[in-house]
Design a protein around this ligand. Structure first.
Ligand SMILES: C[S@@+](CC[C@H](N)C(=O)[O-])C[C@H]1O[C@@H](n2cnc3c(N)ncnc32)[C@H](O)[C@@H]1O
Length: 304
């Protein structure tokens, strides 16, 4: 597992082993909890917005795409991810659920995307913090802006490290923050968080979006809450899968990590455990500098 993790670290810069089956299960479960906490896949409301062509960047096992395809049956919803395994998994899910309007393709977000200019009505991206850096965010958003139609929407959702009353749980979060900082993944200045949430609106603005709006959500996974069991299990998996990244970054030792990990699991089982996960969604419109350009977008060769 460590060897394959290092391979992934080198090849796509993602901090977890995306191909691990436990990670797939964690992402599918978290997808449901997050959509519930936010009130749906597009809770901001899209009245008046033409939604025929939707793209999800780094879609993972496809939870957001599948639910969107179900909720917007007239729309073609495409998910792209670098992992062939996850794309195959997502395609199988679409088939089982009879969602012929959901489609999945293997693509690397860090390369120019083989997708036409000015095409998608809505481009969504959730939880890219583990794979993008302050240097690569602008490149990826520039590419997203290119393939979004004029008047279309770019929509980003990110998570901060969770907070809780578990001392070991919080120490592991602090190790993660330090590893992100040490590997150049967090936004300056160095602080107690990863720095992505306050930057979301600015990243959209710098990419060329206008009419930017934001909405915050919180997912409570304290003992006794509806999300407690599933999200605690999710953090158990996420923390364990982050072990090679933290060791590689030199912020902990195997003995220290393992002791903290065991204590954190016990803390999450405590009846007094309190935990919150903060989520921020920011979205903006692709503002077109050319007034003659149709809001309905350009003709394209991407098969709908
Ligand atoms: C934290 S998961 C997020 C999945 C999904 N967006 C969600 O919110 O459930 C990150 C995903 O990014 C994918 N990924 C990592 N590097 C990538 C790259 N260079 N291009 C495209 N996808 C990538 C991984 O395979 C993984 O599925």
């Amino acid at each position: 597992m460590v060897a394959s993790q290092n391979h992934i670290l080198r090849d796509c810069g993602y901090v977890l082993d995306a191909e691990n089956a436990a990670e797939t299960a964690r992402l599918m479960l978290r997808d449901r909890l997050v959509n519930e906490a936010m009130g749906g896949v597009l809770p901001e409301g899209v009245e008046g917005l033409r939604l025929e062509s939707i793209l999800d960047l780094a879609c993972g096992p496809g939870g957001w795409v599948l639910e969107t395809a179900q909720g917007y049956p007239w729309a073609k919803v495409t998910g792209i991810d670098i992992s062939e395994t996850l794309v195959q998994y997502a395609r199988a899910q679409a088939q089982v659920q009879g969602l012929s309007n959901a489609r999945f393709e293997v693509m690397d977000l860090l390369e120019p995307l083989p997708l036409p200019d000015d095409h998608f009505d809505l481009i969504n991206a959730r939880d890219l913090t583990g794979l993008l850096t302050p240097a690569t965010w602008p490149r990826v958003l520039h590419e997203a802006w290119r393939i979004c139609r004029p008047g279309g929407i770019l929509r980003l959702t990110e998570f901060e490290r969770p907070i809780s009353n578990g001392a070991a749980f919080m120490q592991l979060q602090e190790l993660t923050r330090r590893a992100f900082q040490r590997t150049g993944r967090s936004f300056p200045p160095p602080s107690h968080h990863l720095g992505i949430l306050p930057r979301l609106a600015a990243l959209l603005r710098e990419a060329g979006c206008g009419q930017i709006q934001q909405r915050a959500y919180v997912l409570d996974f304290s003992a006794g809450s509806e999300a407690h069991e599933a999200l605690s299990r999710g953090y158990e998996v996420e923390l364990w899968l982050s072990r090679p990244f933290l060791l590689d970054a030199g912020v902990t030792t195997p003995a220290e990590f393992d002791a903290l990990y065991r204590r954190a699991i016990l803390e999450m089982l405590d009846e007094d455990f309190a935990g919150l996960c903060y989520i921020l969604t920011a979205w903006g419109k692709k503002v077109c500098p050319d007034p003659d350009f149709s809001e309905r977008g350009a003709a394209s060769s991407w098969p709908d």
